[in-house]
Design a protein around this ligand. Structure first.
Ligand code: GLP
Length: 259
């Protein structure tokens, strides 16, 4: 794992966005794995800025999002489809039909999950996977105790995840209980992974992910087994790392050879 600790959330966000720009520059046809959540809003805002300045194009790339709520149709205001259109897809130059999310309103969600997994594999798997981090250590919607070799499937959300996401819904009871999510095994097949986490609320999960045991109790710890995982943190999210001095010595200010 490459652990990059930045002075501020803004610098961490910029570093995560830069990795996507660099990947598309080197491999314009790359398959992007995209994430949702509050953390990613600023990353997508930066990508839109880069795109408007002519610094990045998505025209030859394709994307697969990590997850979608079961039961929400694509046009539902809280669906991840709507999130992605509002925060990225409507503002950059992906080709028609190049962006994918599971259908939350599929009649048979299990079949939808299996078809989504097949589509990712048929695209040659993910080139660069962008990830956030749940406060309980989840990635995508792979909640604690998820199989570390799982594929795309239905997961039941924990109470804490539903509470964390209740801020986006009018009523906390409206947060769906189930989601279709890429599995940890799906994510692990990605060529490279960049995980972004900032703020105190992520400090415990970040420490478990980076320095804890490899364990389904912290699904993100599976990234310890990934050959090319970059973890981008701010000072607050890094505050519980025991080897923090070491990471800061190797990458002062979070700098590495990308920038
Ligand atoms: C959500 C998403 C994850 C996201 C995480 C953190 O529920 N399924 O992909 O990374 O939880 O969300 P946030 O960035 O809002 O803290």
């Amino acid at each position: 794992m490459k652990v990059l600790i930045h002075a501020t959330p803004e610098l961490a966000i910029a570093r995560a966005a830069d990795q996507i720009v660099a990947r598309l520059d080197a491999l314009p046809g790359t398959v992007l794995g995209l994430a949702t959540g509050g953390t990613m809003e600023a990353v997508y805002a930066r990508l839109i800025e880069h795109h408007r300045r002519g610094e990045v194009s998505f025209a030859q790339s394709r994307s697969f999002n990590l997850d979608e709520y079961v039961g929400l149709p694509p046009d539902h205001p809280r669906s991840y489809w709507r999130y992605m259109r509002g925060h990225l897809f409507d503002h950059v130059d992906f080709a028609e039909g190049a962006t994918h999310l599971p259908r939350g309103d599929a009649a048979d969600p299990e079949a939808e999950a299996a078809a989504y997994e097949k589509a990712i594999a048929a695209a040659g798997d993910i080139g660069l996977q962008l990830l956030g981090l749940g406060a309980n250590g989840h990635i995508g919607f792979n909640e604690p105790t998820s199989s570390l070799s799982s594929l795309t499937r239905i997961k039941t959300l924990t109470r804490s995840t539903r509470e964390a996401n209740a801020r986006y819904f009018d009523n906390p009871d409206d947060v769906p209980r189930l989601a279709i999510t890429m599995g940890i095994g799906t994510i692990m097949r990605a060529d490279e992974v960049v995980l972004l986490a900032y703020g105190d609320s992520k400090a415990e999960a970040a420490a478990a992910m980076i320095e804890g045991p490899l364990s389904a109790a912290c699904p993100a710890s599976a990234l310890q087994m990934h050959r090319k995982a970059t973890i981008v943190l701010d000072q607050a999210a890094a505050s519980r790392l025991k080897l923090r001095d070491y990471y800061e010595e190797v990458h002062p200010g979070g700098r590495d050879d990308l920038v």
